[in-house]
Design a protein around this ligand. Structure first.
Ligand code: HEC
Ligand code: HEC
Length: 228
């Protein structure tokens, strides 16, 4: 019977995480929307700033596994900008075990102000998305993964396109290895647990619905079937 209890607690944990999450989103996105309207982005300046980013994220923004840097080309500007703000303010990337995050943190500090964050975000968003090649040695079961994905679709949308209102990024077009390390980092509270991170903690609750390593690979296999 203990698995019944475990399932129950797990869903209670994710439901309460969801409620806290919704309250936080309502307050933080209001502020974000207001600031997003202030200035428009300069794509030419963004392109110049992007020169630094290519060292790790690749000239086309398609990512570089050796640098632990994911594909960022074609991600929505609101998400890129929000993550640059999170890195720079120490809400993401500063956990002692976050090898990739610790590399990205100083790069976010290199961007001088909100305008530079906005410019480079708009430029990266304008790049055509790169469909990353599969890299994982062990592929998951996409059919089982579809079942696990039901929870995720509430925020990331059934087609994986994300939902700005929820602050949830698209999951399509991400590298499979990056999906894996990101989910593992949320599971270990390496990402989503730093002071001031309002949206990350919800994801820690959500990955708890994936009971083991196989389930993680299964949900990734399903996400990979979602067309960009
Ligand atoms: C020294 C290598 C390096 C450079 C240079 C670099 N990054 Fe990164 N970036 C990373 C790594 C590694 C990660 C993955 C962090 C993680 O695993 O959480 C990352 C993550 C990101 C993310 C989060 C992506 C997501 O899906 O959440 C964004 C956005 C990003 N970088 C934008 C930029 C921009 C814009 C620049 C240029 C101003 C830049 N990066 C320069 C290494 C780098
Ligand atoms: C309650 C809404 C919600 C649900 C449900 C949810 N997520 Fe998320 N997810 C988010 C938010 C918000 C973020 C951005 C967090 C941040 O800023 O660090 C995110 C980020 C992610 C990321 C990191 C993406 C990147 O580019 O770095 C992955 C991977 C992810 N979610 C996978 C999942 C999976 C798999 C599930 C289902 C097991 C799931 N999420 C369920 C809201 C949700």
């Amino acid at each position: 019977m203990s698995w019944v209890f475990e399932r129950f607690t797990r869903s209670v944990v994710s439901m309460s995480a969801l409620c806290i999450f919704l309250a936080v989103v309502a307050s933080s996105l209001g502020a974000f929307a207001a600031s997003a309207q202030e200035a428009s982005a300069d794509l030419a300046k963004g392109k110049a700033l992007f020169g630094l980013c290519t060292q790790c994220h690749g000239t086309n923004g398609g990512g570089m596994q050796a640098a632990l840097a994911p594909a960022i080309a074609g991600l929505p500007a609101w998400y890129i900008e929000a993550q640059l703000v999170k890195f720079k303010s120490g809400q993401r990337g500063l956990h002692a075990q976050d090898t990739g995050g610790l590399r990205m943190y100083p790069m976010s500090r290199w961007l001088q102000n909100e305008q530079e964050q906005k410019d480079v975000a708009a430029y990266v968003a304008s790049l055509p998305a790169v469909a990353p090649a599969p890299t994982l040695a062990q592929a998951g079961d996409a059919a089982k993964g579809q079942g696990y994905y039901a929870v995720c679709s509430a925020c990331h949308a059934p087609d994986g396109s994300g939902n700005q209102g929820m602050g949830a990024p698209p999951l399509t077009g991400l590298n499979d290895w990056y999906l894996l390390t990101s989910i593992q980092k949320y599971k270990k509270s390496i990402r989503g647990s730093l002071p001031g991170d309002t949206l990350g903690p919800a994801m820690i609750g959500m990955v708890a619905t994936l009971p083991d390593d196989d389930a993680v690979l299964d949900v990734i296999a399903h996400i990979q079937t979602l067309a960009k």
